[in-house]
Design a protein around this ligand. Structure first.
Ligand code: ADP
Ligand code: ADP
Length: 237
């Protein structure tokens, strides 16, 4: 479903962050991307939706050559690749529901005035998602009144409201305690299974990667040094 071919990224500073990455991700697969800080994990995830422009190589999502899209078409394609962030990237002064709806709207500045004219089915879908992630009771709470785990649940619901085919997840548990981290990873895992969603999860914690991913890819200095099932990972990356 997602294919990276010979992807390289060299930043203008000269840092070679990715070297010749070949990777194919089938539908529904949850892949954990592990490796030490600076290995290129964030760069790889951001190349897929072109928040970072790959220097060379090609990235395809189904029939779409992501690396060739004009900016208008890229905006469309990004809807199918929702992102979940380490620091949640919520708008603090907006409510839980408003934050989730902003995922579909695509930008948040004006959305409040849009709300009354918002399609009822989108609001209903947002509500269902909030029920699914366990936040139906907190719709009207402001985002800054939530715990870290709750904030990440909002981030997950917001991503799913985009009806993506692929989730790009960047260190989703880095700011959470161990128990909450496991809950969040389990939730992402279950939602991917329910919706046949593929995911790339950039994660520091190897134990979590082992527990919740179908596949582990290890990066070191911009190169793939491991690619296999969690059970096959024996050494440190
Ligand atoms: P991570 O926890 O993923 O390793 P970093 O702390 O390395 O994140 O990077 C944080 C931010 O700084 C990112 O947006 C990254 O793109 C940027 N960054 C990292 N290294 C450099 C660099 N050498 N020059 C400029 N920006 C950098
Ligand atoms: P990871 O997510 O595995 O920590 P990154 O993708 O953040 O790794 O970084 C990979 C390499 O690219 C590092 O050497 C980092 O310093 C460099 N890098 C990341 N972002 C930038 C940036 N915006 N500008 C320059 N160098 C960067």
């Amino acid at each position: 479903m997602l294919t990276l071919s010979a992807v390289c990224k060299r930043y203008p500073t000269g840092d070679l962050a990715l070297t010749d990455i070949d990777l194919a991700l089938p539908r529904g697969q949850v892949m954990a991307l592990i490796g030490p800080s600076g290995a290129g994990k964030s760069t790889l995830i951001r190349c897929v939706n072109r928040l970072v422009e790959p220097t060379t190589g090609s990235i395809r999502l189904n029939d779409t050559e992501i690396t060739r899209l004009s900016s208008g078409k890229l905006r469309e394609a990004r809807r199918t690749m929702a992102m979940i962030f380490q620091e949640y990237a919520l708008v603090d002064r907006l409510t839980v529901m408003e934050n989730v709806l902003s995922g579909r709207l695509g930008y948040v500045g004006f959305w409040r005035s849009f709300l009354r004219r918002y399609p009822q089915e989108t609001v209903t879908e947002a509500f269902r998602l909030l029920e699914r992630v366990g936040l139906a009771h907190a719709l009207d709470k402001r985002a800054d009144a939530l715990s870290g785990g709750q904030r990440q649940r909002v981030g997950i619901a917001r991503a799913l409201l985009q009806s993506p085919k692929l989730l790009l997840v960047d260190e989703p548990t880095a700011s959470l305690d161990p128990k909450t981290s496991r809950q969040i990873m389990r939730l992402i895992r279950e939602l991917c299974a329910e919706r046949e969603l593929a995911a790339i999860i950039n994660i520091h914690d190897v134990a979590l990667a082992r527990q919740f991913a179908d596949r582990i890819v290890g990066l070191r200095a911009g190169e793939i040094v491991f690619d296999g099932k969690p059970g096959e990972l024996t050494s440190e990356i």
